[in-house]
Write a protein that binds this ligand. Structure first.
Ligand code: SF4
Length: 121
C-alpha cells in the first residue's frame, strides 16, 4: 500500500539513485513527476546513466556514446550538435520504412486471402 508514511520512507531512502537525483534536482523532479517534462526526464536519465555522483553532470556533457538515442538531447548537450559518427541517411531510413509498410501490406493480403479461402471451404 502507498500510504503517506511509505512514500516519505521511499523519498528518504538512501541509495536509490533515481530518487536521490530527484532530491538533488527538485525542479527537474517536479517537471518529470507532475508536468510531463521529457527534457528533464532525459537529463536525469543521463545523470543516472553516469552514476549520479558528483562527476555525473560533466560526464554526461562529455558523453561519447554517440549511438545512444538520447545523445543529442543529453544533459549539457549543445542544441543542434551532430554526433561525430556516420549515421544512416534519411533516405536509408525512408527505404526501410517503405519496405516495412510493404511487408505489412503483403502480410495483410496473405491473411485476407487465407480467410477468404477458409470461408469458401
Ligand atoms: S547520452 Fe550518454 S549519458 Fe545520456 S543516456 Fe546516453 S549514454 Fe547515458
Amino acid at each position: 500500500m502507498n500510504n503517506k508514511k511509505d512514500i516519505i520512507a521511499r523519498i528518504n531512502k538512501e541509495g536509490d539513485v533515481a530518487m536521490d537525483l530527484r532530491k538533488k534536482h527538485p525542479k527537474r523532479g517536479l517537471q518529470i513527476d507532475y508536468k510531463n517534462g521529457r527534457t528533464a526526464a532525459i537529463e536525469l536519465f543521463c545523470l543516472h546513466c553516469m552514476g549520479g555522483g558528483p562527476d555525473a553532470a560533466a560526464s554526461a556533457k562529455a558523453c561519447q556514446s554517440y549511438t545512444c538515442p538520447l545523445w543529442r538531447f543529453r544533459y549539457g548537450a549543445t542544441k543542434g550538435q551532430i554526433p561525430p559518427i556516420t549515421l544512416p541517411t534519411q533516405e536509408w531510413y525512408q527505404k526501410k520504412i517503405d519496405a516495412s509498410v510493404s511487408d505489412a501490406k503483403r502480410e495483410h493480403g496473405r491473411k485476407m486471402g487465407k480467410a477468404r479461402s477458409q470461408n469458401n471451404e
